[in-house]
Design a protein around this ligand. Structure first.
Ligand SMILES: *Cc1c(COP(=O)(O)O)cnc(C)c1O
Length: 354
């Protein structure tokens, strides 16, 4: 603490990201990154973007990227917002759309950045408990609110909420904004995204990221899609904060990724089939695994302590994520890696459990 800090800064509780260890010999299955590199076309596009034009500011409205996203998702560019990672997009959402008279609602077990943004922007919230099977309890959202947000698939459970349920939620909450944080949606069955509902519901905002399914966590690119009026609100916030959240190289990478659908599809299928393999293997070892539509699984073992297992894996140079929180402390959250990494994980768990 410093005498130079305002009382507000003293009171902040910042987000604590998963560890990014310097030791490259670790098998890193802790932050839901993609185990595969970005597409070669993306690498080439980034290389090409490193040129004399870097002395110029990037296009502040990212028109070409918005057009690319609009074409991909069958929307108009006015229905698309882009930002420096979806975390930044989410920050603008909380600041611009969630500072309302009523508290916002989100699940008690979900992305731990949401309460941080509530603290940063002084937003009241109510956490709605997940059902006993860790699925979203829709009844809990039938009450006055200043907005609703949840990840779908949820993090860190991996559970997917179906489009019918999302549509019911939208209908029940016509007067508040419903944000679906689809950081992991590309690992779910095709057709699971709420993007298809945007033209029918002007209160729906869908947020996605290029960090997970597109292997670009290091480039910091996120985007939101929704009605023109929601996007305009976000643009007002963004242009009151930082007009140039994406640089030339980021823009080039993002556009190139969407222009290489084959690579994307291949990597996506690899991750999904590895996820299914891990689930089977964990079950053989006696784990109870929540159904996952993401690139990670949440699993617990009735005879083993979650924290102790995490530490034993660490001793074997494998890092996963453990949450020391009610209803989560018994679980391990394991990111899907390459087949080799996944085999190491299963072998290590087999040795530990014996
Ligand atoms: C990873 C993640 C994000 C943030 O992604 P970035 O685009 O890398 O900032 C947002 N929401 C959820 C649920 C995530 O897991």
């Amino acid at each position: 603490m410093s005498k130079f800090w305002s009382d507000f800064v003293v009171g902040l509780e910042p987000y604590v990201p998963g560890e990014q260890p310097a030791n490259i010999n670790l098998t890193k299955l802790n932050t839901n990154e993609n185990p595969y590199p970005p597409s070669p076309a993306v690498m080439q596009a980034m290389e090409n973007a490193v040129n004399d034009d870097l002395r110029l500011y990037p296009p502040s409205n990212a028109d070409q990227l918005k057009q690319t996203l609009a074409d991909y998702f069958q929307l108009t560019p006015e229905q698309v917002f882009v930002g420096n990672g979806s975390d930044e997009v989410l920050a603008h959402v909380f600041n611009g759309l969630f500072r309302q008279a009523q508290p916002i609602l989100y699940p008690d077990i979900s992305y731990s950045f949401y309460p941080v943004y509530c603290g940063l922007y002084d937003i009241e919230f109510s956490q709605i408990p997940l059902a006993d099977d860790y699925s979203l309890d829709l009844e809990g959202y039938r009450r006055a609110n200043g907005g609703i947000i949840f990840p779908n698939p949820n993090a860190p459970t991996g559970r997917l909420l179906g489009l019918d349920a999302i549509e019911a939620l939208l209908q029940d909450n016509r007067d508040s904004v419903v944000v679906v944080d689809e950081a992991y949606i590309d690992f779910a069955e095709a057709g699971s995204s709420a993007v298809s509902l945007i033209d029918q519901y002007d209160n729906l905002l869908v947020v996605q990221t290029m960090s997970k399914s597109r292997s670009l966590a290091g480039m910091r690119i996120g985007y939101a899609m929704g009605s023109k009026i929601l996007i305009e609100g976000l643009e007002r916030i963004k242009n009151s904060f930082n007009s140039y959240p994406l640089g030339h190289v980021q823009l080039a990478a993002a556009i190139a990724s969407f222009n290489d659908p084959d690579y994307f599809a291949t990597m996506r299928e690899r991750v999904i089939s590895s996820r299914e393999w891990i689930v089977e293997q964990l079950k053989v070892l006696g784990f109870d695994v929540l159904p996952s539509a993401a690139n990670f699984v949440l699993a617990r073992h009735s005879d083993e302590n979650g924290l102790a297992l995490t530490q034993s894996l660490r001793d074997k140079n494998i890092i996963i994520r453990h949450f020391n929180k009610p209803r989560l402390s018994q679980f391990l959250r394991i990111t899907v890696g390459t087949p080799e990494q996944n085999q190491q994980l299963i072998d290590a768990l087999g040795e530990i459990i014996g």
